[in-house]
Design a protein around this ligand. Structure first.
Ligand SMILES: [Zn+2]
Length: 324
């Protein structure tokens, strides 16, 4: 299964988002509503109406498995979670939790309210929402008011990532299944997702055989570890906008997918642009793609991140599992 990743929606995404929401709604919610309630809901998710709500500030998050859209969340003005829909075949696999993680990071501390349809109450309870009162029936809709308090420590006290950053840089799910791939340059046990580990073993062995040893500086790094890194930098007085030029916001790094590696040459300082002048970089530029690895952040990358000639990612781990 391709890994999950998340990002803010653009206006162009809303037609597809609307289709997915409609499919799930028709299967799971519409039977509980009167015709009037369904009509209200369909009006609410019309792409043009939706785009108008998102015009001031984008408040729609999408979940993808590879390139396939599998989940949609939308926060209406204020702190009202008004849509949280996951493709029927993908429910209870952490997609809603991942979307909620994005919202928690974006909104920061405070209440998050939802009008849960009667058959979604259990799902919201699993996401730490509490019932605020009895079922309400109005305008052909039925819902139970629920709330989740977003605590300041929900994101370990980090300020939310800038909206433009969250829109440009994809958010990835954390790998659960990892395999050791030997020691990194500091002697720590390095780990990668199993398929990425296999590709890395082959690539590094072939490079070594051709006289180009690839030193592993860093492989899997947990979201928690990334949070520590960013928090320490904030505590040392750096501005978040400066930090994000060189460190990913927790959740936005490829390293916690278990598919990314930072590499160095034996004779060069690690993690500097000088790596682009090494035999290692030349070998990778020529051969890495044969093993499924790609440079994630070339010069002028569309994520707007710093050039990182040392950071290579096994693309198939993040790749589409089906055409969009
Ligand atoms: Zn890296």
């Amino acid at each position: 299964m391709a890994s999950l990743h998340y990002r803010l929606a653009t206006p162009e995404d809303l037609a597809a988002a609307s289709r997915l929401v409609r499919q799930v709604f028709d299967a799971q919610v519409a039977p509980l509503y009167e015709a009037e309630g369904c009509a209200l809901f369909y009006r609410f998710i019309e792409p043009a109406v939706w785009a108008e709500r998102d015009r001031v500030a984008p408040r729609t998050w999408l979940a993808f498995a590879g390139r396939k859209l599998v989940g949609v969340a939308h926060v209406r003005s204020g702190r009202q979670l008004s849509l949280l829909f996951v493709e029927v075949g993908r429910q209870r696999q952490g997609v809603a939790k991942g979307l909620l993680g994005q919202i928690v990071a974006a909104l920061g501390a405070g209440p998050l309210d939802v009008h849960a349809s009667p058959n979604a109450v259990a799902a919201y309870e699993r996401l730490d929402f509490l019932r605020l009162g009895a079922e309400v029936a109005e305008s052909g809709l039925r819902y139970i008011p629920m709330r989740r308090e977003i605590r300041p420590d929900d994101n370990d006290g980090l300020p939310p990532p800038p909206v433009a950053y969250a829109a440009r840089v994809p958010f990835f799910a954390e790998a659960k299944d990892l395999r050791p791939v030997g020691r990194d340059v500091q002697g720590r046990e390095a780990r990668l997702a199993p398929a990425a580990a296999l590709a890395w073993d082959q690539m590094s062995a072939d490079a070594l055989r051709e006289g180009v040893p690839l030193l592993l500086v860093s492989a899997f790094r947990s979201v928690g570890r990334q949070r520590e890194i960013v928090r320490r930098k904030l505590e040392s007085g750096q501005a978040l906008s400066e930090i994000l030029k060189v460190s990913a916001y927790p959740g936005f790094s490829e390293h916690h997918t278990g598919c990314a590696v930072d590499l160095a040459a034996p004779d060069g300082p690690p993690l500097t642009e000088a790596f682009a002048g090494t035999a290692q970089f030349r070998w990778l530029s020529e051969h890495a793609h044969e093993y499924g690895f790609e440079l994630s952040y070339p010069k002028g990358n569309k994520q707007g991140l710093a050039y990182e000639p040392w950071h290579w990612c096994w693309r198939e781990g993040l790749a589409p599992e089906s055409a969009p």
